[in-house]
Design a protein around this ligand. Structure first.
Ligand code: PLP
Length: 443
């Protein structure tokens, strides 16, 4: 390997990183390899990946079943356009998804990233209303505090006062309801739904769909809210002929405990509240290769199919990439064969035991835990230098944003590793708060 300093110098000069300046950024780690919960760096660290590399590495890094599936597929067919062709990996993954997804959600559009899946969901909702002769219904309602991705259409559905405000000029305009405030562990308070009800009532005739992240708002606020909200939302959407979109990209695949975030919201017959369209991504391939999907109910798909413009008007170049499909199949096999619900319950109780006491830290604002998600919200975040120091000293990779120091570890993380992660979170919570900066989403 080349000299580490010269590699990092090239990187700083030429490679953009997510939400980061080119030069003058805090030091970066050079990842050499990764296995299970661990990432090995060029300077000899062996870090526990406490954020599952942005929440996707569910079964652990370099999972042998998944890497083998990708390798085998690469010897047969790495890519072919999905327009005019189909292939076995796409079909087999589709068959598995139809069984794995909530009943009735079985019309699958493969997308190459979560943001694209969200774009597709929004377009599908608009095309559905168009098919019903309601072209004026072309706006969505989203929740303040939400996050749905970084492309223009997805930014426009994310928190209007969040990290994307500078791009307002290129974003389509949608409507926003207040963030649900009723917490998961409180009794449902119906007043919490008033804002959504008011927004929908006021703009009803323009609204194609409501989109939300079921019970867990991730990328913008690490917020957990009461599942009663979803029940009210389903009812309201049904009354108004508005579609309901659940963005399960972060919450899905057992992250919050059950298989889907929506599974926290149970109807009287014991079934989960279902959306008309849902998006999945992140853990779909176990974090091995990019792949997401937008999935519609039969009602939505049939309405579009039976209309004058029967084709759904979207088609990425790398749609249904066979390598990604192969990884998805192997990942779903693991989700089917392993008892992740039980494992996540274990992780949840360990996170709770470790993180709840951190409420007493002087700098603590809140502690939130659900499934394999644990968040210490601070009054003020320490400096990046202090955070890096904790990472190096504890061997735990954390990536706080705004005032949130959180973990979303791989679903295979051991109790001892959870303890180590929580110790690192505590140490960050005990650091001197840094100066308040304009650059809230610091690297
Ligand atoms: C990460 C995320 C997205 C965007 O996915 P990308 O693959 O990063 O484009 C969309 N919605 C939610 C809820 C997410 O957490």
């Amino acid at each position: 390997m080349k000299n580490l300093d010269s590699l990092l110098a090239f990187d700083a000069e030429h490679l953009w990183h997510p939400y980061a300046a080119l030069k003058n950024t805090p030091a970066r780690f050079l990842a050499k390899s990764a296995q299970g919960t661990r990432i090995e760096t060029a300077d000899g660290l062996n870090l526990i990946d406490a954020v599952s590399s942005w929440w996707c590495v569910a079964h652990g890094h370099n999972c042998p079943e998944i890497t083998e599936a990708i390798r085998k597929q690469s010897e047969k067919l790495s890519h072919v356009m999905f327009g005019g062709f189909t292939h076995e990996p796409a079909i087999e993954l589709g068959e598995k998804l139809v069984k794995f997804l909530p009943k009735g959600l079985n019309k699958i559009f493969y997308a190459d990233s979560g943001s694209i899946a969200v774009e597709c969901a929004a377009k599908m909702a608009v095309q559905y209303q168009y098919a019903l002769g309601r072209p004026e219904r072309c706006k969505l309602v989203a929740l303040k505090g939400g996050y749905h991705g970084d492309t223009a259409g997805a930014m426009a559905l994310s928190d209007p006062d969040g990290m994307h405000t500078l791009f307002r000029g290129i974003m389509p305009h949608h409507y926003f309801a207040e963030r649900p405030n009723c917490r998961a562990d409180e009794p449902w308070n119906d007043a919490d739904f008033a804002s959504m009800e008011a927004v929908v009532n006021e703009h009803e005739k323009e609204i194609a769909a409501v989109i939300c992240e079921p019970v867990f708002q991730g990328g913008n606020g690490m917020w957990l809210y009461n599942a009663g909200y979803l029940k009210r939302l389903r009812k309201l959407c049904d009354e108004k002929g508005i579609l309901l979109i659940f963005d399960e990209i972060a919450a899905g695949f057992y992250r919050t405990g059950p298989k889907w975030g929506m599974d926290h919201a149970k109807l009287e017959n014991g079934e989960s509240v279902l959306p008309d369209i849902m998006t999945i991504g992140k853990a779909l391939t176990g974090g091995h290769i990019t792949m997401a999907a937008c999935v519609a109910s039969e009602m939505v798909a049939d309405t579009i199919t039976n209309s004058k413009i029967s084709a759904f008007m979207h088609g990425p170049t790398y749609m249904a990439n066979p390598l990604a499909c192969a990884a998805g199949i192997a990942s779903l096999n693991l989700f089917e064969s392993r008892d992740y619900a039980k494992n996540v319950a274990r992780i949840e109780s360990r996170l709770r035991a470790n993180l709840e006491p951190l409420r007493n830290l002087e700098n603590a604002a809140d502690v939130r835990v659900l499934g394999a998600i644990g968040c210490l919200e601070l009054k003020a975040i320490p400096t990046s230098e202090d955070i890096l120091k904790v990472i190096r000293e504890t061997g735990v990779w954390l990536r706080p944003f705004c005032n949130y120091v959180y973990t979303m570890p791989p679903l295979i993380t051991s109790d001892a590793e959870i303890d180590q992660i929580c110790e690192a979170i505590k140490l960050i919570g005990q650091c001197e708060p840094g100066p308040v900066s304009d650059d809230e989403f610091h690297e």
